[in-house]
Design a protein around this ligand. Structure first.
Ligand code: 9GP
Length: 797
């Protein structure tokens, strides 16, 4: 009997004896608690950690977000004990899938950025790449989304951690102390002493990340607490959480995750969170490094600090501060260590998401750091002066300066302080160099790289799609879960009728399962024969859910006008949250829900058209939707979506992408073959031209009858219970501004949608395309991304 089997059986005996029950009498909740505790014990006792550093350094992955999702199923699978647990439960009349539903989803992230961090932890542990994930232990994760009576988004707190959550443990031994405010005394020359006004403690919670046949490594999350409160008024932002008092409890520091995706809110408390995260993490990294008898000079040889976006940028001046003030190194030595240790991943080009902090605020909150940043800025000034001639200098300095117009530009700080900078898909990385940082690219040759994002096949195929996994197991030699490129082996089967039937039957079964979820969640009975057309992601104008919305309205109007016309039935499924303060995104959600109510109750649409908005999009819901998708909507304006990762998950599970040439769609089309995706819309270059010629969305509105009728339906009360003004802001924005060129891409999107309907009618060709998407997209495994980081960035210096 395996040691896990013994642990399982003896622990079950004790668990039941303590409760005076037989195993058959345990509730689902008790089973969940029991299995979670036993698996945690198994992880801690027997799973190896501390993998050796061979050709790479240890990775310290600093991220304000880790959207880890449910862990139990994933851990059982990666421990290799999933089947044993399933068998034990079956003996007691239970189903493991139902038990796993008991777990709370820790929503410690907003969207793609946080989910990517979680996939990377999984891959690093699976590849035995030594790593620690450093994040924050928010007491409330991303808000829960409800849909109100009028179709509007409502937000509720998500106290994930108040529930039973056995996947973490408190590391009291790792406590840190973090200072804020106060003053700096200039001792002499380069010597300064910071006397902070407040100190807050950082407590560590570790969540072991279990790799697939690999090792376990910690995701270390910091939570704030203090024995005294601090006067928040000093930071000019007393309104946080509508606090009645301007003196707030320090434990509130890590109370909530800011709910913005690709948008900076600029609140002082967020900066405090960022610094707290970085200060605790840097201290922890140095503690471990020095404990192994290594010197500070050896830091870049053994450690890399990967900055996940600019959110942890303040780690750069923090490491400088510690090296200068605590260890009394010279500026030159400290900078040499620092600039060889950090690497920065850029995840966005959107100006509203590129963080800049008010310099006065930074100076009040972190007075020592601002002195360091000023020095970095001065040193940079010399470099730029040396590289650019007089005519070029003004522009180059405008682009590269870290301090400009009383702002601290965090992306610039990251580029200056890192030895490597990468974008997250080829087109994005090219734009980072050509549009965002051209002067830096000239100044720091060889610093810029691309690492295309990836997703973990363990969660997004093996766990989310067990039926497809079983089919792949049957036909693929070798462990595709660990080497996703092995899926190429099914390419020759794409035309095989028997394989096609099996693949198609699995899709149909997954669609039935999703149909049940939809009925449970929103009471809508859907047509399982329809095309399941899926758009799941954060709501943001640049992601253009409004384009999808307008096409559905146009389709609805067309069916109404031609009731006899044959229609390929379609179910449009949406899920996603909008930032609570993002009015237009919330209007789009409301319009979709109102449109859904009209369409779903119209007898003329029966068997032809349905719309479902599934509330509270989260990792566990994504796992149910993705395997059932026929069509994957990736319709952002070209140049705006850095990469996307939902596009990869959907395509690997056999959905056909309808998309623009944006982010990783470009590479998906290359790998899958252009005939196995449907591309539409303007390209980065043609968008540039469109704007150069003075883009006027109103012209499209006036010239295209189908488009105009669709937009007008938003102002005639059809989808708003007669209220003609509900969507005024949305409509005004589309017709008069349209910053994301929705109207310019409408006709081409509509044609692409018609192409999808046409292709779907030839099921043999459709399934062949779907199979080829699964077979050819192995490169989008996050294991490949991690290997790219290892060879391009994390290699030993
Ligand atoms: O918007 C990008 C998304 O395209 C990308 O897939 C993800 C992971 O790289 O990062 C998102 N960026 C942000 O959330 C903010 O920079």
């Amino acid at each position: 009997m395996s040691s896990f089997q013994t642990l399982l059986e003896t622990s079950l005996k004790t668990y039941c004896e303590e409760r005076f029950v037989q195993p058959e009498q345990l509730t689902d909740r008790q089973w969940y608690q029991f299995i979670a505790e036993v698996s945690q014990q198994a992880v801690l006792q027997s799973f190896p950690h501390n993998p050796p550093l061979v050709s790479t350094r240890k990775v310290n992955y600093l991220s304000m977000e880790f959207l880890i999702g449910r862990l139990l199923g994933n851990n059982l699978m990666n421990l290799g004990v999933y089947d044993q647990v399933q068998q034990l439960l079956a003996k007691c009349g239970k189903n493991l899938v139902d038990i796993l539903e008991q777990e709370r989803d820790p929503s410690l992230g907003n969207g793609g950025l946080g989910r990517l961090a979680a996939c990377y932890l999984d891959s690093m542990a699976s590849l035995s790449q030594a790593a620690v994930g450093y994040g924050l232990h928010y007491q409330y994760g991303l808000f829960k989304q409800l849909i109100g009576y009028h179709g509007e988004q409502l937000e509720r707190g998500d106290a994930w951690n108040r529930d039973f959550y056995p996947q973490q443990y408190h590391r009291a031994d790792l406590q840190q102390k973090v200072g804020f405010g106060g003053q700096v005394v200039h001792l002499q020359d380069d010597k300064y002493q910071w006397q902070p006004e407040w100190e807050i403690f950082g407590e560590a919670f570790d969540l072991p990340v279990v790799g697939y046949k690999g090792v376990q490594q910690p995701l270390r999350l910091w939570q704030g607490y203090s024995e005294t409160d601090f006067d928040f008024a000093v930071f000019n932002d007393g309104d946080y959480l509508h606090a009645e008092s301007r003196v707030i409890d320090a434990s509130k520091l890590t109370k909530v995750l800011y709910p913005n995706d690709n948008h900076q809110e600029g609140k002082a408390l967020r900066l405090m969170q960022q610094y707290f995260h970085c200060a605790c993490s840097i201290a922890d990294i140095l503690r471990q490094h020095l404990a192994q008898g290594r010197s500070l000079e050896q830091l870049p040889e053994f450690e890399v600090i990967q900055l996940n976006d600019t959110h942890p940028a303040i780690a750069i001046p923090e490491l400088m501060r510690v090296l200068l003030d605590q260890y009394e190194l010279s500026w030159e030595k400290a900078w040499s260590i620092c600039s060889k240790t950090f690497a920065y991943t850029n995840h966005t080009l959107l100006p509203e998401a590129l963080e800049q902090w008010d310099q006065t605020l930074v100076a009040k909150l972190l007075p020592r750091h601002i002195i360091i940043i000023e020095r970095i800025n001065n040193e940079l000034h010399h470099l730029v002066k040396a590289e650019f001639n007089e005519d070029e200098f003004a522009q180059a300095w405008y682009e590269t300066a870290v301090l400009m117009d009383n702002r601290v530009r965090m992306a610039n700080l990251c580029v200056v302080g890192s030895f490597a900078v990468n974008g997250v898909a080829q087109i994005h990385s090219d734009l980072v160099v050509s549009d965002l940082f051209p002067a830096y690219a000239r100044l720091f040759k060889g610093r810029f790289h691309n690492v295309t994002n990836g997703v973990t096949p363990r969660r997004w195929i093996r766990q989310a799609n067990p039926a497809l996994s079983a089919l792949l197991d049957q036909h693929v030699k070798g462990d595709w879960t660990k080497d996703l490129e092995l899926l190429r082996q099914i390419e020759p089967l794409a035309k095989d009728p028997q394989f096609q039937r099996a693949y198609q039957a699995i899709k149909q079964q997954n669609k039935q399962a999703l149909a049940q979820v939809i009925e449970q969640e929103i009471g809508l009975k859907v047509n399982g024969e329809a095309i399941f057309d899926i758009q799941i992601k954060r709501f943001h104008e640049y992601k253009r859910q409004q384009l999808n919305l307008l096409n559905i309205i146009a389709t609805y109007q067309e069916i109404k006008a031609n009731p006899e016309q044959a229609v390929v039935p379609r179910l449009f499924v949406f899920a996603g949250k909008a930032a609570p303060g993002y009015f237009l995104a919330k209007q789009i959600i409301q319009a979709i829900n109102n449109l859904a109510a009209t369409i779903n109750s119209d007898p003329d649409m029966q068997g032809k058209l349905q719309v479902a908005f599934l509330p509270d999009y989260r990792v566990s819901l994504a796992e149910k939707i993705i395997p059932a998708a026929d069509v994957s909507e990736q319709i952002s304006l070209a140049g705006k979506e850095a990469s996307g990762t939902g596009n990869m998950k959907l395509a690997l599970n056999g959905a056909i992408t309808i998309g623009t040439l944006d982010g990783a769609n470009v590479e998906i089309a290359e790998f899958a073959g252009e005939e196995n995706v449907v591309i539409f819309g303007h390209t980065v270059e043609s968008v540039r031209e469109l704007r150069a010629n003075g883009y006027n969305p109103r012209e499209y509105y006036e010239q295209d009858d189908v488009l105009r009728n669709a937009i007008d339906a938003l102002t005639d009360g059809s989808f708003a219970n007669g209220d003609q003004h509900r969507y005024d802001a949305l409509v005004d924005n589309l017709i008069n501004h349209d910053p994301f060129c929705t109207l310019a891409d409408f006709a081409s999107y509509r044609a692409a949608q018609q192409e999808i309907a046409k292709r779907y009618q030839n099921q043999t060709a459709w399934v062949e395309s779907a199979i080829l998407n699964t077979a050819r997209l192995g490169a989008f495994s996050s294991d490949r991304s991690i290997r790219d980081y290892q060879t391009r960035i994390w290699k030993k210096a």
